[in-house]
Design a binder for this molecule. Sequence first.
Ligand code: SF4
Length: 423
Amino acid sequence: MGEMLLQTHAQHRTPPGPRGDPATHRPDGDPDANAAPPHPACRTAARGSRELRSGGRRRPAGRAARATVDRPRHRTCRWRRGGGRDASDAPPTYHGRVDLALLDSTLADLGQPAFRAKQVWEWASRGAAGYEEMTNLPAGLRDELAARVPFSTLELVREAHASDGTVKALFRTQDGRLIEAVLMRYRDGRRSVCLSSQSGCPLTCTFCATGTMKFGRNLSAGEILDQALHFRRIEPIDNVIFMGMGEPMMNLDNVLTTCERLPDVGVAHRRQAISTVGWIPGIDRLAQQERPIRLALSLHAADDALRSEIMPVNERYPLRDVLAACARFYARKKRKIFVEYVMLEGVNDAPEQAVQLARVLDPKVYKVNLIPYNPTGSYDGSSREVIDVFRDTVEAHGVEATVRLTRGRDIDAACGQLAAKSA
Ligand code: SF4
């Protein structure tokens, strides 16, 4: 449905869409520590950097210690500096057969006026589960559309429900790719959805389940939107963050196209956020957008050596350049940037690393979000006590820091975990 309706939008003015319950909205849509869906928690998982572990013992952090450890081999990270590929080299987006052409041709075949497509979108964006609910369409037309125009680009393979209310959905695309999305429910009523932008990911971060999967392709805008529509069918949603499988900045056209449609689904632009591991061309492009979409930066280490070790993309876009791009974003948008920092025991959680983190971040520009690592058997997650000391140290050096609520631990809620297991 997303594919079809995205293209429908190109020809029809935006219809009045429903909104999530305004009472549940935070004033600024701030996807902060406890509001934003987990990015690395969304992503962090089972990458097997067992070389960095030491039989469950805390490994001394620091460059000298790291130098004695075999670095994990990064599969085929083609994205290092000088690696010869660019965002534009990414594999082409798959175009599903569900599109406006199919809807329009079907409607034309059936002798229907063009406004029917707008009616279909109005229903879908309000959470309709199928054509049979679209009661302002003639019954015969509903039957014809159900038979001839698939309602979604995605097939739901599995849905897992956590004890904390988190819902994780595993989908299969029409060409057989597995992707995931997560709905997080918060006590204050907020409903945040974490969306995937790629099938697999080429960037091979060592702590990430998605990074272990073979990279497939960029998702189409319709496939991204259909993830959100799936959860909208369950209940109203009011926040979206692109922190699921894949690097959204490598598929920015389709991500931004999806963003244009989300207000109809109940998610205003101010409540949309795009997370990146530091893909600078995307950061600069996002800064040029008029929409007040937030930026989140997955940092995870404040020195280039460690960052390159756990995030190979750092060799292409080093820390200093990434932070300069974020400074440009802030200068233009005047919206704080959320720094996501997943807490890996003995890797990046020492107090001196907290000091180092605070020193590279401008307190006016950044807010740090510490993320307890979703335990998966590869890296160990830092203890709560260590996380608290790290947070206090960052704050003592002038940078705001919070610890994210953990969500969906009992359902493999880190993005990529279900898909990696199912692949
Ligand atoms: S960029 Fe890719 S590999 Fe790295 S954390 Fe994000 S999804 Fe995982």
